[in-house]
Design a protein around this ligand. Structure first.
Ligand SMILES: Cc1ncc(COP(=O)(O)O)c(C=O)c1O
Length: 402
C-alpha cells in the first residue's frame, strides 16, 4: 500500500509521489567540510602534502591497516597493486562480472587477462565455487569485489587463493567500514583498494587508497604511484626537505591532492555517523518493502556488517506485467532517482571476448534482469524513505500480473 498517496502510478496518470525529485544520491557535505577545504586553499599548499599524510595515518588507524597509501582513485589503486605484484602478459586474474569497468581495466592495462567467474545471489560477490572452477596454472591473482557495502565470501576466497599460492586484491570501492566476522575490510587479503569517489561511503570528491600489511608491496605501490621517484614534492619542499630525488622505476602519477585529502579527513571524522544513517535508511526501506510480493529486498549476509553503499532490490518480474526497465521509468515518473549496478562486464562490447567460449553466467544474468538500485544516502530523511517505498509499492500493485 502506498502511504498517503492515491494508488494510480504517475506513469499511468496519477500524481507523482513526490513533487520534487529525490536524487539517487547526494553527498553529505556540511560546514566542517567547506571550512577544511577553504583552509587548505588558503594554506598555499594544494597538492599532496600534510593533509594527504594525515589522511593516510587516520585511515590506517581506522582500518587497523599497517600500510595505507592515498591515491587519486580506486581505479588507480587497483592498477598500481596489480602492477606492483608483477602481474602482466600471460597471467590471468579472476574477478566478478558484476562490477565497474575499472576493476577489469586494472587487469587489462597491465597486459594480463581477466577471467570472469559468476556471482552468488546473497552478497552479489563472486561465487567461491565459480572462482575454483576458473583457476588455471596461469591464474596469478583473485580480485573479488565487495559489492554494495558488504563483504563478499572473502574467507572462502582466501582459502582458495592460499591453496593456489596466489595473492588476493580486494576491490572495496563500495565497502569502506564494512566488517566480516568482526574484522574490518582492509587487512584481510594481500591488499585492499578503496574508493573515495563522490558517491562512496567515505568521500574526498575523487580519491582512493591502498591498504596492505606487506611492507615491500606498500613501498612499490608508493613508488609506482609517484613517477617512480624516491621523494614526493612535499618531502622535497617542506621545511625539512631536500631538493634531491632519484627516479628508480618508470612510474605513474596517482597522488591524492591536499584539497581532496582535506575533505577526506572531515568526512572520515564523521564516518561512523554516516554509516549508521545508511544502516537506518536501509532498515527503513526493508521494513516498508519486505511485504511487497514483487520485490526481493537485499539482506546482510550472516557474519557481515553491511555499510549499505547501495540498496539493490530485485524485482520478481514473473509477478509483474512490466520488466525492470519499465519499472525504472515508472519510478522516474514518481520523481524517484534510481540506478543499475552494474551492466555485467561481459555485456559490454569491448569486454565480451573475455568470457570464455561456452561460459555462462546464470546468476549475473538473473541479477541484471531484475536489479534496481534505490536511493540511499546519509541525508535521506524518513519522509524520503517513505516516498521511495510508496512509489515502489504503488507501481508493483498497479502492474501486478493477474
Ligand atoms: C566496484 C567498483 N570498483 C572500482 C571503482 C572505481 O572507483 P574510482 O572512481 O575511485 O576509481 C568503482 C567506482 O564506481 C566501483 O563501483
Amino acid at each position: 500500500m502506498s502511504i498517503g498517496h492515491s494508488s494510480l502510478p504517475a506513469i499511468a496518470g496519477g500524481t507523482p509521489v513526490r513533487a520534487k525529485p529525490l536524487p539517487f544520491f547526494r553527498a553529505a557535505v556540511d560546514e566542517s567540510d567547506v571550512a577544511a577545504v577553504a583552509e587548505t586553499l588558503r594554506s598555499g599548499w594544494l597538492t599532496s602534502g600534510p593533509k594527504a599524510v594525515e589522511l593516510e595515518k587516520r585511515l590506517g588507524d581506522y582500518l587497523g591497516a599497517r600500510h595505507t597509501i592515498a591515491v587519486s582513485s580506486c581505479s588507480e589503486a587497483m592498477f598500481l597493486v596489480v602492477k606492483a605484484l608483477g602481474i602482466g602478459p600471460g597471467d590471468e586474474v579472476i574477478t566478478s562480472p558484476i562490477t565497474f569497468a575499472s576493476t577489469v581495466h586494472a587487469i587489462l592495462h597491465n597486459g594480463a587477462t581477466p577471467v570472469l567467474a559468476d556471482i552468488e545471489p546473497e552478497t552479489f560477490g563472486v561465487d567461491p565455487a565459480a572462482v575454483e572452477r576458473a583457476l588455471t596454472p596461469r591464474t596469478k591473482l583473485i580480485l573479488p569485489v565487495h559489492f554494495g557495502g558488504q563483504a563478499c565470501r572473502i574467507g572462502e576466497i582466501l582459502r582458495i587463493a592460499q591453496g593456489a599460492g596466489i595473492p588476493v586484491l580486494e576491490d572495496a570501492a563500495h565497502s569502506f567500514g564494512a566488517k566480516v566476522d568482526g574484522e574490518q575490510l582492509g587487512r584481510i587479503g594481500t591488499a585492499t583498494a578503496f574508493s573515495f569517489y563522490a558517491t562512496k561511503n567515505l568521500t574526498s570528491a575523487e580519491g582512493g587508497a591502498v591498504t596492505t600489511e606487506d611492507e615491500a608491496l606498500a613501498q612499490r605501490v608508493r613508488l609506482l604511484g609517484y613517477h617512480g621517484m624516491s621523494r614526493d614534492s612535499w618531502s622535497r619542499y617542506s621545511d625539512k626537505g631536500s631538493w634531491y630525488y632519484e627516479v628508480q622505476i618508470p612510474g605513474f602519477k596517482c597522488n591524492l591532492s591536499d584539497l581532496h585529502a582535506a575533505l577526506g579527513l572531515t568526512q572520515l571524522a564523521k564516518i561512523d555517523a554516516l554509516l549508521e544513517r545508511r544502516r537506518q535508511v536501509a532498515a527503513g526501506l526493508t521494513r516498508a518493502l519486505q511485504s511487497c510480493a514483487a520485490v526481493e529486498v537485499p539482506a546482510e549476509y550472516p557474519g557481515n556488517w553491511h555499510t549499505w553503499h547501495l540498496y539493490v532490490i530485485r524485482l520478481r518480474t514473473n509477478t509483474l506485467k512490466i520488466g525492470r526497465d519499465e519499472f525504472i521509468q515508472a519510478l522516474r515518473a514518481e520523481n524517484i532517482g534510481t540506478s543499475v549496478h552494474f551492466i555485467p562486464i561481459y555485456r559490454h562490447p569491448f569486454f565480451a571476448p573475455f568470457a570464455r567460449a561456452g561460459q555462462s553466467f546464470p546468476q549475473s544474468d538473473d541479477y541484471y534482469a531484475r536489479c534496481i538500485s534505490l536511493p540511499i544516502f546519509p541525508d535521506m530523511t524518513d519522509a524520503d524513505v517513505r516516498d521511495v517505498a510508496a512509489a515502489v509499492t504503488r507501481i508493483a500493485d498497479h502492474f501486478r500480473a493477474d
